[in-house]
Design a protein around this ligand. Structure first.
Ligand SMILES: Cc1cc2nc3c(=O)[nH]c(=O)nc-3n(C[C@H](O)[C@H](O)[C@H](O)COP(=O)(O)O)c2cc1C
Length: 193
C-alpha cells in the first residue's frame, strides 16, 4: 500500500477543489485548553505538506488561548460530494512571522482591515460598534498598505496521525490510518469502520 499520506492528501484535495461547490479547504479544528473542555470550529486550510497543515487566525481568540495552554489539535476535512473524510491529529506550532506576513499580504484589503478591527471571540455590544471600529481602521490605513496585526498569525498542526475515510456501500467504509513513527517515517494500517 502507498505509504506517503501527503501524496494521497494532495490527490484528494485536488479532487475536492474540482468537485466541491464551495470551501473545499474548510476544516473543523478541535482544541482543548487547560480545563480539558473540547472546542471545535471551522477554519480554512492555507498551506499543507509534510511539515503540517496551516491555518490563520487571531492569536488572542479563544482558540489562540486554548492553543497557548495546550498546543495540540485535531482537524477534520469532510468533502460531502466525494463522501470522503480526512482526520489529522498532532502538536501545533505557530508559523513564522515571515510566513504569516506573506500570507496576510495575499488577503483582500477588507479582510486585512477586518483583522485589525475584530477582537475575535470577545463580547461585542452591537454590530454598530464593530462597523465603527472598522471605519476607524479604514481611516487609519487610508492610502497605505495594511500591515499584519501583531496579534494575527498562523498555526501549523504537525500530524502524528492522518486517517483517510472513504464511503462504501452498506456502511462498510474504508479507513486507512497513517501513523508517524519515531524516526519520522510513516506506516499504514486499516481500521474497522
Ligand atoms: C467555512 C468557515 C471558515 C472559517 N475560516 C476561519 C479561519 O480560517 N480563521 C478564523 O480565525 N476563523 C475562521 N472561521 C470562523 C471560525 O469558525 C470561528 O467563528 C472564529 O475563528 C472564532 O473561533 P474561536 O472563538 O473558537 O477562537 C471560519 C468559519 C467558517 C464557517
Amino acid at each position: 500500500m502507498a505509504s506517503d499520506p501527503f501524496q494521497l492528501f494532495d490527490e484528494w484535495f485536488a479532487e475536492a477543489r474540482a468537485s466541491e461547490p464551495n470551501d473545499p479547504e474548510a476544516m473543523a479544528l478541535a482544541t482543548a485548553g487547560a480545563d480539558g473542555q473540547p472546542h471545535v470550529r471551522m477554519v480554512l486550510l492555507k498551506g499543507h505538506g509534510p511539515e503540517g497543515f496551516a491555518f490563520y487566525t487571531n492569536e488572542q481568540s479563544a482558540k489562540g488561548d486554548q492553543l497557548r495552554a495546550n498546543a495540540r489539535a485535531a482537524l477534520v476535512l469532510h468533502w460531502k460530494s466525494l463522501r470522503r473524510q480526512v482526520r489529522i491529529e498532532g502538536p501545533v506550532e505557530r508559523v513564522s512571522a515571515a510566513e504569516a506576513d506573506a500570507y496576510f499580504a495575499t488577503r483582500l484589503r477588507d479582510s486585512q482591515l477586518g483583522a485589525w478591527a475584530s477582537d475575535q471571540s470577545r463580547p461585542l455590544d452591537s454590530r454598530t460598534t464593530f462597523e465603527e471600529g472598522f471605519e476607524q481602521v479604514e481611516r487609519r490605513f487610508e492610502g497605505k498598505d495594511v500591515p499584519r496585526p501583531p496579534h494575527w498569525g498562523g498555526y501549523r498542526v504537525s500530524p502524528g496521525t492522518i486517517e483517510f475515510w472513504t464511503d462504501r456501500p452498506h456502511r462498510l467504509h474504508e479507513r486507512r490510518l497513517f501513523t508517524r513513527d519515531a524516526d519520522g517515517s510513516w506506516s499504514e494500517g486499516l481500521l474497522y469502520p
